[in-house]
Design a binder for this molecule. Structure first.
Ligand code: ATP
Ligand code: MG
Length: 329
C-alpha cells in the first residue's frame, strides 16, 4: 500500500527525517511511535504530498507521492495533528466542506457526510459549531473529515492527544472497525506505547529522525528480554529499595501501593497463606540477570521473600533500552 525509501528531510542543519524506509501492507495498521520532535509529522507530511522530501522517494498504491500527488490525494485521508477545522462552522458543515473538496456533490455528498458522522459517533452534535466542542469531539470531526473520500490509506497523526477517555475509546474503536470492516490501511502516529501495542499490527520506532526498530509490538518486546519483577516483602524499607535499584541489571525499583499491586499476585499470596506488607516493583534491564542479583541480595541481606512474579515487558521498556530515555521526556 505504501513504500517509503530512504526518506530525508532537512531544515537547514536540522535533519528532521533521516534515511527512513518502511512499507505499509494493504489492510495493515502500522504505527510510528516516537517522542516529541522525532519526525513523525514530517514523515506524514512527505507521504501525503504536502512537503517535498530532501531525499529519497515514496509510493502509495504504486503512485509516486511527489510526481503524482493529485492521484495520491484521491486515495488517502489525512487527519492532521494540528486540527484543520473551521471553528465557526458546525461539525456537519466542516465535513461537507471536505467532501466538496473531493468533488462530491448532491445526494452522494449528503450520504457520505452522514455515514462518516455516524462512524465517529457525532451525529447528535453535528449541528453545533465546532468552537463549542470538547477537544475529543473536535478530534472526531477531524477524523470524519479524513474519511469522507473513503480512503484506502488513512493517516492519523496523534489522534488522541488532549482527548477525554470517552472520545479516546471512540477513536480506537473507529480505527479498529475501519480496518476490520473496510480493510482500510492505516498509518497511526503516537507517543503512547499502550496505543501502539493495542492497535498496531507492526510498529516503527522513530527517534531524532531515525527509524531505530520495526516489528510487531510483541516481537519487539520479546527481543528485549528485560521485564518487570515484583517482589513481595514484609516491609517497605527504603534502604532495601535503593540497594536493589543499584544492582547492575536493575533499571528502577519502587514500592507499589497495595491497591496498585497486581491482583493475581494477591490471590497467590492468599492461597499460599502469606500476608503482604509491601511489593517492590523492579524494572530489569535483563530479566534473568536481575533475578539472580535480586535473589542474591535478598539472601545476603537475610530478607524474607513472600512472593516473586515476573511481568511482561512493554514497548516503553523497548524504547528505553534502544535510546536510554523515556518516551515521555
Ligand atoms: N517547518 C519547520 N521548520 C524547521 N524545523 C521544523 C519544521 N517542522 C518541523 N521541524 C523540526 O523537525 C523535527 C521533527 O518535527 P516533527 O513535527 O516531525 O516531529 P513529531 O515526531 O511529529 O513530534 P510531535 O510528537 O511533537 O508532534 C523537530 O525537531 C522540529 O522542530
Ligand atoms: Mg507531530
Amino acid at each position: 500500500m505504501l513504500e517509503a525509501r530512504n526518506l530525508v528531510k532537512k531544515y537547514g542543519e536540522l535533519v528532521a527525517v533521516n534515511d527512513v524506509s518502511f512499507a505499509v501492507e494493504e489492510g495493515e495498521i502500522f504505527g510510528l511511535l516516537g517522542p516529541n520532535g522525532a519526525g513523525k509529522s514530517t514523515t506524514i507530511a512527505i507521504l501525503s504530498g504536502l512537503l517535498p522530501p530532501t531525499g529519497g522517494s515514496a509510493t502509495i498504491a504504486g503512485l509516486d507521492v511527489v510526481r503524482e500527488t493529485a492521484k495520491v490525494k484521491q486515495i488517502i485521508g489525512v487527519a492532521p495533528q494540528e486540527l484543520a477545522l473551521y471553528p465557526t462552522l458546525t461539525g456537519r458543515e466542516n465535513v461537507r466542506f471536505f467532501g466538496e473538496l473531493y468533488g462530491l456533490r448532491g445526494k452522494a455528498l449528503h450520504e457520505r457526510v452522514e455515514e462518516v458522522l455516524g462512524y465517529v459517533g457525532m451525529l447528535e452534535r453535528a449541528d453545533d459549531r465546532v468552537q463549542t466542542y470538547s477537544g475529543g469531539m473536535k478530534r472526531r470531526i477531524n477524523l470524519a473529515a479524513a474519511l469522507v473520500n473513503r480512503p484506502r490509506l488513512l493517516f492519523l497523526d496523534e489522534p488522541t492527544v488532549g482527548v477525554d477517555p470517552q472520545s479516546r475509546n471512540h477513536i480506537f474503536e473507529s480505527v479498529e472497525r475501519l480496518n476490520r470492516e473496510q480493510g482500510m490501511s492505516i498509518l497511526y502516529t503516537t507517543h503512547y506505547m499502550e496505543e501502539a501495542e493495542r492497535l498496531c499490527h507492526r510498529v516503527g520506532i522513530i527517534d531524532r529522525g531515525r527509524l531505530i526498530a520495526l516489528d510487531a509490538p510483541k516481537r519487539l518486546i520479546e527481543s528485549l528480554g528485560g521485564g518487570v519483577i515484583q517482589l513481595g516483602l514484609l516491609t517497605a524499607d527504603e534502604s532495601v529499595r535503593s540497594a536493589v535499584a543499584a544492582l547492575p541489571a536493575v533499571r528502577t525499583a519502587s514500592f507499589l501501593m497495595p491497591e496498585n499491586a497486581d491482583p493475581s499476585q494477591a490471590d497467590k499470596a492468599f492461597s499460599a497463606g502469606t500476608q503482604h506488607k509491601a511489593i517492590l516493583k523492579i524494572e530489569a534491564l535483563h530479566t534473568n540477570e536481575a533475578l539472580l542479583q535480586v535473589l542474591h541480595y535478598c539472601n545476603e541481606a537475610k530478607l524474607q521473600i513472600l512472593s516473586l512474579d515476573l511481568l511482561e515487558p512493554n514497548l516503553e521498556t523497548v524504547f528505553l533500552n534502544l535510546t536510554g530515555k523515556s518516551l515521555r521526556d
